[in-house]
Design a protein around this ligand. Structure first.
Ligand code: COA
Length: 146
């Protein structure tokens, strides 16, 4: 089940950050700021009552940015990432966006496959975006063209 995150999900989201992003994980302060920001929609995937993944999308005007999509390592490959992404795209559309941009590490095969399957296309490459030798791909999807 995909739902809007609430303040009670904070600890679960911080744990997912730690499990999924290691040294690049957002701190509790950053996750709380994400939950509190008016421009952000934070979504959670629940299995029973356990939060197994989350996504955050920022929408301002007609442009949305996907900030995060992450699924606990022990719950991957079960469609949660795709469902979170679909819902983030739906929420962005409802908020008035007509396209979503995101950055993803050029070597993050699973995420790139997820985004491509959902219609995202490569717009550009940011060389060294994540540090020396770690490029980012900038991907875009047109929401009304799907
Ligand atoms: C990327 C991520 C969110 C995918 O979550 P998931 O729940 O495992 O994905 P799903 O089961 O919904 O898979 C949906 C599609 O994504 C692609 N995909 C997912 N995992 C994949 C993998 N390991 N290899 C190749 N393609 C993959 C496939 O196209 C898949 O569709 P299919 O099952 O019909 O082949 C997950 O791997 C993750 O949390 N990674 C770490 C965090 C991260 O890097 N997030 C992105 C940057 S913010």
């Amino acid at each position: 089940m995909i739902a809007r995150a609430t303040g009670t999900d904070l600890a679960a989201l911080v744990e997912i950050e730690r499990l999924c992003f290691g040294a690049d994980a957002w701190s509790e302060t950053l996750v709380r700021a994400e939950l509190d920001a008016l421009s952000r929609s934070v979504l959670v995937a629940r299995e029973e009552s356990v939060v197994v993944g989350y996504a955050s999308v920022m929408a301002t005007g007609d442009l949305a940015d996907l900030q995060r999509v992450a699924v606990r390592p022990d719950r991957r490959g079960r469609g949660y990432g795709r469902r979170l992404l679909d819902e983030a795209m739906r929420v962005a559309t409802l908020g008035g966006a007509d396209r979503i941009l995101l950055e993803v590490a050029a070597d993050n095969g699973p995420a790139i496959a997820l985004y491509r399957a959902a219609g995202f296309e490569e717009l550009d490459r940011r060389v060294g975006y994540y540090g020396a030798g770690r490029d980012a791909l900038v991907l875009r999807v047109d929401l009304d063209a799907r």
